[in-house]
Design a protein around this ligand. Structure first.
Ligand code: ATP
Ligand code: MG
Length: 388
C-alpha cells in the first residue's frame, strides 16, 4: 500500500485511540473501488480541528475555518477534516461558514455525488449510505439527495458532474441531468478559475463525453467559446494546456477573448499561441528547421497531435524528437560568436547591422552552411562580406 494510505491509517488509529471517529473519505474511496491509482487520501473525523491539533505534533492550519487541518505524518501529509455540514449558501457558491457536526452520516450527506460520498474504516469496511458502490458498478454520476437543491446550493457541482463523467467515462443519472439543465444558468455565479479547474480535469478524460453533456445540459451556453462534440470526439491528450490550445484552434477568431475570459497566465498564453502557430505550419508546409529551432518539443508534439486529430497527418513523434535534438544549434546563447566578436571583426559600432548579422549567422549555422565554431564562422562571415 502507498505511503499516503499508511499515513492515513496511522492518523485514524491515533484519532480512534482518543475516542474520536475517523475514516478515509471521498475521492480515495471512490478510486480504490474503481481500481484506479489514488492520488490523495483525505481523512474525515468527529474530532474538532482543535482536538486534531492537540493529538499530533506537527500540523498546519490549511483551512481551519472549514475544519481542515493538515497533519504532517513522516510518510505523508494528510488533510484531516472535521465532520461538517455546509452553512448558508449565498449566490449559488460555496458557503462562507460551515457547521461542525458529530455524525459521519451528516458529513456524507453534504457531499456532491454518491460515488464521492463513501467512507472507509481502518478495518476496510465501506460505509455507503447512498449506494455509491452500486453507482460505481453501473457507471453513474448521481447527486446525493435532492439534485435541484444540491446544484442550487453550489452551481460548480454541475460542472463537476460533467468532469467526473469525462474522467470515469460514466453517464449522469437522468434526474441529476435534468436538474443540471434546470439550474444551468447558475453557472454564471461561479468564478472562472474554479470552472477552468474542472475543465482542466475533464480534458484529460473523454472530452467527447464532456462536450456532449455540456450541450445536452445547456451548460455550454454559460461558457465562453463554442464547444462542439464533432471537434472533440476521440481527441485524447495528457496535458490540459494542449486541450486549451486546441479549444483556441477551434475558436480561432475569438482567441483573444478566450484567453482573457479564462484568465490564462502569460506563460499559458505563450504556449497556446505557439501551438496555434505551429499547428498551422504543420498542416500547411510541415515543420521547417526554423520551427524545430523556435518551438519547444512540447509545442511541436502538441501541434502535431492536433494536426493528426484534424487532418490525420501522422504524428511521428520520434522523428520530431530527433529533428529537434539533432539541430546544429539549440538556442541563440549557444552560438559560438557574440555581438562583441562581430564588432571587433568589422571594427564597427553596434547598430541595426549587428542584429541582422547575428540573425544571418544563426540561420547559416542552423541550415548547415557553416559549423558553429568561432573561427569557421569568422571566415564564413568575413568572406561573405567581401563578396558583397
Ligand atoms: P479528485 O480525484 O479530482 O481530487 P475528489 O473526489 O477527491 O476528486 P475533490 O475536489 O478533491 O474531489 O474533493 C474531495 C471530496 O470532497 C469529494 O470526493 C466530495 O466528497 C467532496 N466535495 C468536493 N467538492 C464538493 C462540492 N462542490 N460539493 C460537495 N462536495 C464536494
Ligand atoms: Mg481530491
Amino acid at each position: 500500500q502507498s505511503k499516503e494510505w499508511q499515513a492515513a491509517y496511522d492518523i485514524i488509529e491515533v484519532l480512534e485511540g482518543a475516542q474520536h471517529e475517523a475514516y478515509i473519505v471521498g475521492g480515495a474511496v471512490r478510486d480504490t473501488l474503481l481500481g484506479k491509482k489514488v492520488h490523495d487520501v483525505d481523512v474525515t473525523t468527529s474530532a474538532t480541528p482543535y482536538e486534531v491539533k492537540a493529538l499530533f505534533t506537527a500540523t498546519v492550519d490549511v483551512g481551519i475555518e472549514h475544519g481542515t487541518v493538515l497533519v504532517i505524518h513522516p510518510l505523508s501529509a494528510i488533510e484531516v477534516t472535521t465532520f461538517r455540514t455546509d452553512g448558508e449558501y449565498r449566490d449559488h457558491r460555496r458557503p462562507n461558514e460551515v457547521t461542525f457536526v458529530r455524525s459521519l452520516s451528516e458529513d456524507l450527506a453534504r457531499r456532491d455525488f454518491t460515488i464521492n460520498a463513501m467512507a472507509l474504516t481502518r478495518q476496510h469496511q465501506v460505509i455507503d449510505l447512498f449506494h455509491g458502490q452500486q453507482d460505481i458498478k453501473k457507471g453513474i454520476i448521481r447527486a446525493v439527495g435532492d439534485a435541484h437543491a444540491r446544484f442550487s446550493e453550489d452551481a460548480l457541482r454541475m460542472l463537476r458532474a460533467v468532469r467526473f463523467a469525462a474522467q470515469l467515462r460514466f453517464v449522469i443519472a437522468p434526474i441529476t441531468k435534468q436538474a443540471i439543465k434546470d439550474c444551468a444558468y447558475d453557472l454564471t455565479h461561479i468564478a472562472v478559475e474554479r470552472i477552468k479547474m474542472e475543465l482542466d480535469k475533464a480534458m484529460l478524460g473523454d472530452m467527447g463525453i464532456a462536450v456532449q453533456l455540456l450541450q445536452e445540459t445547456t451548460l455550454d451556453h454559460y461558457l465562453t467559446g463554442q464547444w462542439l462534440v464533432e471537434q472533440w470526439r476521440g481527441f485524447q491528450i495528457d496535458e490540459a494546456q494542449l486541450g486549451w490550445a486546441y479549444f483556441c484552434y477551434c475558436n480561432e477568431p475569438e482567441v483573444a477573448s478566450i484567453l482573457a475570459a479564462y484568465r490564462f497566465s502569460n506563460k499559458e498564453k505563450q504556449f497556446i499561441k505557439d501551438v496555434l502557430a505551429a499547428t498551422h505550419q504543420r498542416i500547411t508546409d510541415g515543420y521547417t528547421v526554423m520551427d524545430y529551432y523556435q518551438y519547444s518539443e512540447r509545442v511541436l508534439l502538441g501541434a502535431a497531435k492536433i494536426a493528426y486529430h484534424r487532418f490525420k497527418i501522422p504524428v511521428e513523434s520520434d522523428k520530431i524528437k530527433n529533428n529537434k535534438s539533432n539541430l546544429p544549434l539549440k538556442n541563440r546563447q549557444a552560438l559560438a560568436v557574440t555581438g562583441y566578436d562581430l564588432q571587433v571583426w568589422c571594427n564597427k559600432k553596434p547598430g541595426k547591422w549587428l542584429k541582422e548579422a547575428l540573425n544571418d549567422i544563426e540561420r547559416a549555422v542552423l541550415y548547415g552552411d557553416v559549423l558553429n565554431d568561432k573561427q569557421q564562422i569568422k571566415e564564413w562571415y568575413c568572406n561573405d562580406i567581401n563578396e558583397r
